[in-house]
Write a protein that binds this ligand. Structure first.
Ligand code: 5RP
Length: 252
């Protein structure tokens, strides 16, 4: 435990009430303390990572950080970083990254993750698997006993061609875990959600533990039609959790 969160600036006399977003911001700001001038940084995607990118932009503007190169993990983060004046590059030019900071949808006790409910899992995985240090920033609601344990989606990015066929094959892989698959859609007409890489996302829901995660990962990746899945196994080096009791830093 690192310590209690600071009270919001307009602190009332009664005990402060923190929102989930306060926790996300607290975790993000703590992670940015690990950023140093000259680093190549993986810039994550989502409402938690957004705070970290904002903070990096602030520190650059204030001259407290210099010579940073950011590698964004989505078009959205690219746009945010450009608006903040953060110099950007890509994996072709910077195949090794010093530090990546990103959120997650689930974190298990071994620091395995589910990511991609924001839809950016492929670029996130490409960036975060080549970084020397990967700091995951979450509020305490993201902690689970086992992957899939939140009852929420485990995303799989698939090619649009015959996605229904791929979804059925994914469901069959995990029928012992009560797996149900659902194409991610947007808008009132239920149009498929299209990723930055022009693919679709099939979300997997389980009603129990899917067992050995490495085995599950290999089985998913062996299916033709699958591009990538949202399990990030053995990738996080540090997880920063913010919650009612303050900030906790978990190291692998
Ligand atoms: C996007 C992601 C996000 O990191 C994940 O969904 C967490 O998002 P948030 O910080 O908004 O809860 O993987 O693809």
């Amino acid at each position: 435990m690192v310590g209690p969160l600071l009270a919001p600036s307009s602190a009332p006399l009664s005990p402060p009430i923190f929102t989930q977003d306060d926790f996300k911001k607290a975790a993000a700001y703590k992670a940015v303390e690990f950023v140093h001038s000259g680093m190549v940084l993986g810039l994550g995607t989502g409402s938690t990572a957004r705070h970290a990118v904002d903070r990096i932009g602030d520190l650059l503007r204030q001259g407290k950080l210099k010579d940073i190169v950011g590698i964004p993990t989505s078009k959205k983060t690219y746009d945010q970083a450009v608006s903040l004046g953060i110099p950007l590059s890509d994996l072709d030019s910077h195949p090794v990254i010093d530090l990546a900071i990103d959120g997650a949808d689930e974190v298990d006790p071994d620091l395995n993750l589910v990511k991609g409910r924001g839809g950016s899992l492929l670029r996130e995985k490409m960036v975060e698997c080549v970084c020397k240090k990967f700091i995951v920033i979450v509020d305490e609601s993201k902690l689970v006993d086992f992957i899939g344990g939140s009852g929420l989606a485990m995303p799989v990015e698939v090619v649009p061609y015959c996605w229904k066929f791929t979804a059925v094959r994914l469901q069959n892989l995990f029928k012992d875990s009560g797996c149900v698959t659902k194409l991610r859609t947007v808008g009132e007409n239920g149009e498929p959600y299209v990723t930055d890489n022009e693919n679709y996302i099939v979300d997997l829901y389980f009603n129990k533990d899917i067992g050995d995660l490495k085995v599950a990962s290999d089985r998913i990746l062996r299916l033709a039609g699958v591009v990538e899945h949202g399990m990030f196994l053995d990738m996080a080096t540090t997880v920063i959790v913010a919650g009612e009791l303050g900030i906790t830093i978990k190291d692998k």
